[in-house]
Each structure stands twice: as C-alpha cells, then as structure tokens.
Ligand binder design. Structure first.
Ligand code: ADP
Length: 225
C-alpha cells in the first residue's frame, strides 16, 4: 500500500512561497488504478513527483509499501525508486540515441540483470506491447502511439510495484490514446498498481477511483464500479 499523511509541499522562489500541496492524505491499495484530476496548477505534478520519489515533501509522511521515504536523501530515494517505480510521461521521454530495444533494456542494465535474461525479458515485453517489429528502430522514426508503447514497455520491464503515468495520452490521437489506455488496463488487471494524472474524463473512466485536487488539497474522491 502507498499512503501519504498530511503531505505538504512549499516551493520558495525569489522569496515568494507557493504552497503546492496543502495536507494530502491518500491511501492507495496494491492493484488499484487511481486517476488524479484537477485544474492546472492544483498540485497534480507535484504530488506525482513525490509519489515517484523524484522530490521530497516539505512536511508530512509518505509510506511506500511499508517504508517511510519522506525524510530520505536523494541517493536513498534513487535506490528505492530503481525497479520499484515505472514512469510514463506525456512526452514519452525515450532516449533518441538508443533503439527501442535499448531504451526498454535500460532499467535492467541499472539493476545489473545478466545479458541473456535481459534479452528474454525485453523481447517478451515488446511482444506484449505490440512493438516488437520496431525493436531496432530509433524513437524519432516511430509514431507517437508506438513511442508511448515503447515507453510503457520501459516502465514495466523491471516489474515495478507502482506505475506513475502523467497525461499518458496527452500527445496522442484518440485511436492511439485508446490503445495506450487498454494497455494500462491490461497491466492493472495483471496486478500493477497505477496512479495516473489526467485531464481527460474519458481516460479517468478506466480508473477504479478518481481523486480530485483543488488548490493543493483533495476535494472529492469518486469510485467507479
Ligand atoms: P499541476 O500539475 O496541477 O498543473 P503543479 O504541481 O505543477 O500543478 O504546480 C502546483 C503549484 O506549485 C503551482 O502554483 C506551480 O506554479 C507551483 N510549482 C510547481 N513546481 C514548482 C517549482 N519547482 N518551483 C516553484 N513553484 C512550483
């Protein structure tokens, strides 16, 4: 389970303080698919960054499957993040100089998985994401939908406990967006816990629960059956 307790995040720039998160208490169970919605500037990305251990809160606690991470150093967070969290971004964030295969292989290289096993695992996930035929291509030669499928393959290759998706269909047309949402749903049905930031009511319909933020606070939570 992941859980936040009175999470606060205050940014200070040029002596101006911005309260991006103002007392967030959420609990997400293993296997849940949660969407986070709310107007621009309400704190969605800040919350996702903290859940992904890319940033620390100013106050409060963050429990990640039993470990309290809010006071960890950047290095400790980076170590815990490796293999435990997979990220999917609106802008795909693939490395242009690496092929699809090499991009997807990267998390396993960081985890020092032997070459033979890496190849087997990368090929299996490329098949699953329907992108195997593009394994030797560079990202710039792929369509947006193909790039996002490669990015999802990279996010899940190390079988992370948590997948974080930030507007995963934001740069895709509706057909490719639907394919990406179907893939995320399949991963969730296979056991992955997913937290997704979205502006799209259509995409949030794939989640079990929608958490609405406003002004750094949770305002409502809606459960889908
Ligand atoms: P959202 O993702 O919902 O659009 P953000 O989490 O990006 O909202 O931002 C929440 C608030 O925090 C905004 O007022 C934004 O300007 C501010 N903010 C976010 N990141 C920073 C930062 N690195 N430095 C200063 N202010 C920030």
């Amino acid at each position: 389970m992941i859980k936040t307790v009175d999470l606060q995040k205050i940014f200070t720039t040029d002596e101006v303080e911005t309260t991006a998160l103002n007392g967030i208490n959420i609990e997400i169970q293993p296997g849940e698919f949660v969407a986070i919605m709310g107007p621009s500037g309400c704190g969605k990305s800040t919350l996702l960054n903290i859940l992904g251990m890319l940033d620390n809160p100013s106050e409060g606690q963050y429990h990640f499957f039993g470990t309290e991470v809010a006071r960890m150093s950047e290095r400790q967070r980076a170590n815990l993040r490796k293999g435990n969290i997979g990220f999917v971004f609106q802008s795909f964030n693939l490395i242009d100089e690496l092929t699809v295969f090499e991009n997807v292989e990267l998390p396993l290289l960081y985890l020092k998985v032997p070459a033979g096993e890496r190849k087997k695992r990368v090929e299996a996930v490329l098949e699953r994401m329907n992108i195997m035929h593009r394994r030797n291509h560079f990202p710039q030669r792929l369509s947006g939908g193909q790039q996002q499928r490669a990015a999802i393959a990279r996010a899940v290759i190390a079988e992370p406990k948590l997948i974080l998706a930030d507007e995963p269909t934001g740069n895709l047309d509706s057909a490719n967006g639907l394919e990406v949402m179907n893939l995320l749903t399949q991963l969730n049905q296979a056991g992955a816990t997913i937290v997704m930031v979205t502006h799209s009511p259509h995409d949030s319909g794939f989640a079990h629960r929608v958490i609405n933020l406003f002004d750094g606070k949770v305002v409502t939570e809606n459960f889908h059956i």
